[in-house]
Design a protein around this ligand. Structure first.
Ligand SMILES: [Zn+2]
Length: 287
């Protein structure tokens, strides 16, 4: 059995946003941003999802008050066949085959498809749910949270990540969670953009070392940056966009920690939710 996880980046819909809000020096024009998620083929856990992107349920929620407000601020484009469950079916994976969805954070463009995986456990940092799930109505929408996207039994199906002292190869992060206890997927707390947001460091090549140069590792950084380039440069988001953050100081600290980790792991593949993923590297350890 291969001691590695295959990471397949996918996109379930797009949102429209003004480029000047996401990119320093970006223009005041509307751009479509992919709602990325990832299929992680795990050697013992089977198909694991990291987020789900949008689904028809999000589009429906945006036709009603108060979700309508979200749809006005961030219009969504979802084509037939684009939802996560439909794309997985095209890959031969049925909804009940998915036993784990690792949730980066609870924004609507990340949890839109949770209802479509009725046998999945939801793996997440409990601090995000603690902060957001009590919110209702416009207060929830203001936080990009649409409560109806969470299944009624979400609490019973949630596995809260347990963070412990991180291995040295994940410095400068003091804490990390070994998601399945096998060392293949580590979750890093990167709060700020949303409460309890996590990034993942995934071993994609057998024997890949956390304390090497990043060869054989993939960083899934969720919404810690709008683009891979900005994340690698440790670049601040435009000030005008910071008002949308849950905690701007935390966001800055999280982005800096990820940039510092990437500086020590320059060969890691980087994927952020709303940008083209870096191509998979074909090299293996010691290449
Ligand atoms: Zn988000």
């Amino acid at each position: 059995m291969p001691e590695a996880v295959e990471v397949i980046p996918l996109v379930a819909g797009h949102c429209l946003n003004v480029a000047a809000l996401t990119d320093r020096g970006g223009r005041w024009r509307v751009r479509a941003y992919p709602a990325g998620f990832a299929l992680l083929r795990h050697p013992t856990r089977g198909p694991v999802l990291f987020d789900t992107g949008y689904s028809a349920r999000v589009v429906a929620a945006m036709r009603r008050w108060p979700g309508w407000v979200y749809g006005v601020v961030t219009p969504v484009r979802l084509r037939p066949g684009e939802a996560a469950a439909e794309q997985l079916a095209a890959l031969g994976i049925q909804p009940h085959d998915v036993r784990h969805v690792i949730v980066s954070h609870l924004h609507a463009d990340h949890v839109g498809g949770l209802h479509d995986f009725p046998r999945a456990r939801f793996v997440q940092d409990g601090r995000g749910a603690h902060a957001l799930t009590p919110l209702r109505g416009v207060r929830a929408v203001r936080r990009a949270f649409l409560p109806e996207l969470l299944p009624d039994d979400v609490h019973a199906r949630t596995d809260a990540l347990r963070f412990t002292a991180a291995p040295p190869g994940l410095a400068p992060f003091p804490h990390a969670a070994d998601v399945f206890g096998d060392g293949l997927i580590h979750a890093l707390p990167v709060p700020g953009h949303a409460p309890g947001m996590i990034a993942l460091v995934v071993r994609t090549a057998p024997g890949a070392a956390l304390d090497g140069d990043g060869t054989g590792l993939t960083l899934l950084a969720a919404d810690a940056a709008w683009s891979v380039a900005a994340l690698r440069r440790g670049q601040d988001v435009p000030a005008v966009a910071r008002v949308a953050f849950w905690d701007a100081a935390q966001e800055r600290a999280s982005a800096r920690a990820l940039a510092a980790w990437l500086e020590r792991h320059p060969r890691a593949r980087v994927i952020v939710s709303h940008d083209e993923p870096e191509p998979a590297r074909v090299d293996v350890a010691h290449a």
